[in-house]
Design a binder for this molecule. Structure first.
Ligand code: SF4
Length: 410
């Protein structure tokens, strides 16, 4: 089914602008990531920002933990391809310096900056400069008073109260360019905190599972939390927090939104069969090779790698383009129609070449290109299909033989 055919209604939120990127208010959900360089090293940080933007990040956050970092931001902001958020934890002065450096947004952790007069000073300055602030509540660094109030444990209620308290300080100085996050490393806790928060506020929400850890488990945790909320219509901007290259965070964020149909596809959506007794090739290897070959190409197509020509083209008929293995050769198909036959070692390169052709010229042009080769390709596919069926029969996985054995053993 076309991802566009099913839609998740999104909760209505206000819109703020992070630089020229809208967040909330029905704007496309954005992907964020964070640099891991020293912000004071403007060149290294800019290099990483460019890599993150190329991987799909719409907004990038940099730590502003020392005066040199604020100076770095002054050098980074004018040259950055995406809006920059300054991450502020303990010292409100860094927030004021980051604003002076021209950042497009601040992130304040209410658990670490607690003096109301400091918070209000930052909000007043941000208001003058029309710069939004994310209230970044973190389960691991909750205000100790709230921690005690809720029985010495981090609860969704405590996290929401922390956010509300901060909103109150901002409102005292008439500041409302706010987005909020209530992240925790515990997935159910994070989900419930966001659910409760979305009931009591219409400020845009930034989703994330904090300190999710290294892949693959970190990816599972982050996806479990973020995807659950997105499916409920909650969330305006997302970040995967992984112990991994931040470029992976940006790629994963983008891929998650594309898989939900919440962002237009920018990169290949590679589908592949799980392989079985009928496969005529190492599907895992070809799929991995195809994934590598497409990694840095911006090709917004669904591409299929299938292990046999018996079921491959049919099962992947909705893919824009695909290849199925048969008798030491690859059968290339476009929208389920066989268009060419290539040697086995050219399967991936042919897939890439045709995918690039479709991206620049369109499906109809590809069909036109295939006019001469399609009849022979269809015949070759049918030959290999019959050969596979004759050799492996209808039951390529020998399931019935196993069932017979099971019955005998009873
Ligand atoms: S039948 Fe063919 S396409 Fe389906 S899983 Fe097996 S090898 Fe892959």
């Amino acid at each position: 089914m076309d991802a566009g055919a099913v839609e998740f209604p999104r909760k209505e939120t206000r819109q703020i602008m992070v630089g020229d990127v809208p967040v909330g208010g029905g704007a496309p959900i954005t992907v964020q990531s964070m640099t891991i360089t020293k912000t004071a090293d403007a060149e290294a940080t800019l290099q990483q920002i460019y890599a993150l933007a190329a991987a799909g990040a719409d907004i990038v956050r940099c730590t502003c933990n020392e005066p040199e970092a604020a100076e770095g931001l002054a050098r980074i902001v004018p040259r950055s391809p995406v809006p920059i958020v300054a991450d502020i934890h303990h010292q409100y002065r860094r927030a004021l310096e980051a604003l002076e450096a021209g950042v497009h947004c601040l992130r304040l952790n209410p658990g670490n900056i607690r003096k109301p007069e400091h918070i209000k000073a930052v909000a007043a300055e941000a208001k003058d400069r029309n710069v939004p602030i994310r209230i970044g509540v973190n389960g691991g660094s909750l205000d100790p008073k709230l921690y005690e109030k809720y029985g010495g444990t981090v609860t969704p209620e405590a996290m929401v109260e922390s956010a509300k308290q901060e909103i109150g300080y901002f409102e005292d100085v008439g500041f409302d360019l706010i987005k909020i996050s209530v992240k925790a490393s515990n997935v159910p806790l994070m989900i419930e905190a966001y659910r409760q928060l979305s009931e009591v506020t219409d400020f845009p929400l930034h989703l994330g599972v904090t300190e999710a850890g290294p892949p693959p488990n970190g990816i599972m945790k982050a996806t479990a939390g973020i995807a659950t909320l997105l499916a409920e219509g909650i969330g305006d901007t997302i970040r995967y927090s992984l112990t991994s290259d931040p470029v992976d965070e940006a790629r994963l964020g983008r891929a998650l939104l594309e898989s939900f149909g919440l962002r237009e596809r920018k990169n290949v959506d590679l589908i592949a069969c799980p392989s079985c007794g009928r496969a005529e090739i190492d599907v895992y290897k070809i799929a991995a090779d195809a994934q590598d070959a497409f990694a840095d190409r911006q090709i917004p197509l669904q591409v299929a790698v299938m292990g046999c020509v018996v079921n491959g083209p049919g099962e992947a008929r909705d893919a824009d383009i695909g290849i199925a293995a048969g008798n030491k050769r690859g059968h290339l198909f476009v929208k389920g129609t066989n268009v060419a036959v290539v040697p086995e070692d050219e399967m991936v390169s042919t897939l890439v070449e045709w995918a690039e052709f479709i991206t620049s010229e369109g499906i109809e042009a590809a069909m036109e290109r295939a006019k001469a080769s399609a009849p022979a390709a269809r015949r070759a596919a049918e030959e290999d299909r019959q050969r596979n069926l004759n050799e492996k029969g209808d039951d390529a996985n020998d399931s019935e033989q196993i069932v017979e054995l099971m019955r005998k053993d009873r």
